[in-house]
Design a protein around this ligand. Structure first.
Ligand SMILES: Cc1cc2nc3c(=O)[nH]c(=O)nc-3n(C[C@H](O)[C@H](O)[C@H](O)COP(=O)(O)O)c2cc1C
Length: 320
């Protein structure tokens, strides 16, 4: 099942859920700007706060007839002690899209479908893509190489092609997509939507501190260090933030301890060591998300007008 322009999307994109970065203001602003706004439920420290956030999102967006849909991102790993409570909140507030991460989406599909919602599974390997497809999801979020946070290892160009061989449902492509040109390229490859993480860290509505936003604006691809030393799972980090936190980027050691069960413990790690992907070099705007989406929209339109190499040659021939 696909999201399309008749669902108020001005650009085929999702504001990717980011730990400690995406809250209700960012979701609402993204949806009002015409892309799907999303946040990870652990960003709300308790289930009560999560209930407040979802109430705020649904009430505000109900008064915005042109807003794009919104999404909740659930950590479905069996060690997540809050999963049942968060799913109850999802069923209560009915986000049109639920994106699952770090585990099997199977358990929640029926509950989300029961209210008419769609389930997309975030996967970073072809094997996980096959498993999620078999579980009955509506869409796959392919997190490719170069993504911020828990990155995949497969280049997006390869990932979409391989998954399209066995999957004709929705595909979202993530990893270093930071411009309207890249969003268009993802579509040309066969993806339905682009997943925008790093490029939105510096938006005005993000919960990142100003130093973090500035570091993203200043960084280039060579400032991104992959390491499993911080969370036990390979993630892409900003080199300067590793140095500031006392790590040696050339000798990170690892792997660290995997602990999805304790978001409070994870908070400590992610508060001081800042994640970002290889797309940082194209990130230039510390502005309201609507302005960033508008710039990407202009780039996207520009990319549509770019003549394809072969077609261009053909046109020239026709004119002769
Ligand atoms: C700071 C940060 C935090 C993230 N936190 C989460 C998260 O909580 N849950 C999740 O599924 N993905 C998380 N991601 C991954 C994003 O949802 C998305 O896959 C990725 O940012 C896309 O690649 P890009 O950063 O190159 O645009 C995070 C990414 C970043 C940069």
């Amino acid at each position: 099942m696909h999201f399309a322009s008749d669902q108020n999307l001005t650009l085929p994109a999702i504001a990717a859920p980011m730990f400690l970065i995406s809250g209700p203001e960012m979701v609402i602003a993204a949806s009002k700007a015409g892309i799907i706004g999303a946040f990870p439920t652990p960003n709300a420290r308790t289930s009560e706060i999560l209930d407040d956030w979802m109430a705020q999102i649904t009430t505000t967006l109900a008064a915005e007839p042109n807003a794009a849909p919104w999404a909740a991102n659930l950590v479905v790993h069996r060690s997540n002690p809050r999963l049942a409570e968060d799913v109850a909140c999802v069923v209560k507030y009915k986000p049109p899209l639920v994106i699952t991460a770090l585990g099997s989406p199977a358990e929640i599909i029926e509950q989300v479908h029961s209210y008419g919602g769609l389930v997309y599974a975030d996967v970073n390997s072809v094997a996980f893509a096959r498993k999620a497809a078999a579980a009955g999801v509506d869409g796959l979020v392919l997190v490719g190489a170069g993504a911020g946070g828990h990155t995949g290892q497969i280049a997006g160009f390869a990932f979409v092609e391989e998954v399209r061989k066995f999957w004709d449902g929705a595909i979202v492509l993530g990893g270093a997509i930071s411009s309207g040109h890249a969003i268009r390229a993802a579509e040309v490859l066969g993806a339905d939507l682009a997943y925008l993480g790093t490029s939105l860290i510096p938006c005005e509505e993000s919960l990142a501190v100003q130093e973090y936003k500035q570091m993203v604006l200043d960084a280039g691809a060579e400032d991104i260090i992959p390491s499993n030393a911080i969370t036990g799972v390979t993630a892409n980090w900003l080199k300067q933030s590793l140095i500031n936190a006392g790590h040696d980027p050339d000798n990170m050691g690892g792997p660290g301890k995997i602990n999805f069960a304790d978001p409070q413990n994870d908070r400590k790690a992610w508060k001081h060591v800042w994640a970002a992907g290889q797309g940082v070099g194209a990130v230039t705007q510390n502005a309201p998300i609507a302005d960033i989406i508008s710039r990407m929209g202009a780039e996207y339109d520009d990319a549509i007008k770019l003549p394809a190499f072969g077609r261009n040659a053909g046109d020239d021939n026709d004119q002769r």
